[in-house]
Write a protein that binds this ligand. Structure first.
Ligand code: AMP
Length: 120
């Protein structure tokens, strides 16, 4: 069983912020901003690439509700998901990072900026 499945099963504790029948939102153990939550489907899905569109539609409503609950809906926030090795996904259970509570910076994510510039 993966780490996030263990959190769903309450075998590992988590600081849960919002829960529904299908989804769970809990605080990231190593936050990168004042508010940093992880949103997961309770049913194991490896990554966004394997996610069914129907589940994504329901997850959208859940995430919007979470953003409202955290008071982020007016000023904004960032939502991202890492996919696979190149995407930097460490935990192989789909999770969206919901990050906010401050003005966020936008950073270059590639070490190889020469290639990026050539591609433009
Ligand atoms: P990713 O690199 O997109 O797979 O992100 C994994 C995230 O899970 C990281 O931001 C970690 O800080 C976070 N994380 C790892 N273990 C836990 C845990 N037990 N509870 C909450 N967040 C965790």
């Amino acid at each position: 069983m993966c780490l996030f499945c263990k959190i769903v099963e309450k075998e590992i504790p988590a600081n849960v912020e919002l829960e529904s029948e299908e989804f769970l939102a809990f605080h990231d153990i190593n936050p990168i901003a004042p508010i940093h939550l992880l949103v997961i489907p309770k049913k194991h899905v490896d990554s966004f690439q394997e996610l069914e569109a129907e589940t994504m539609a329901k997850m959208t409503t859940f995430i919007q509700e979470l953003a409202k609950k955290m008071g982020l809906d007016k000023d904004g926030y960032r939502l991202l998901t890492n996919i696979g090795e190149n995407g930097g996904q460490e935990i192989k259970h789909l999770h969206f990072h919901l990050v906010g509570g401050t003005k966020l910076k936008w950073v270059h994510l590639s070490d190889d900026m020469k290639k990026v510039k050539e591609a433009i």
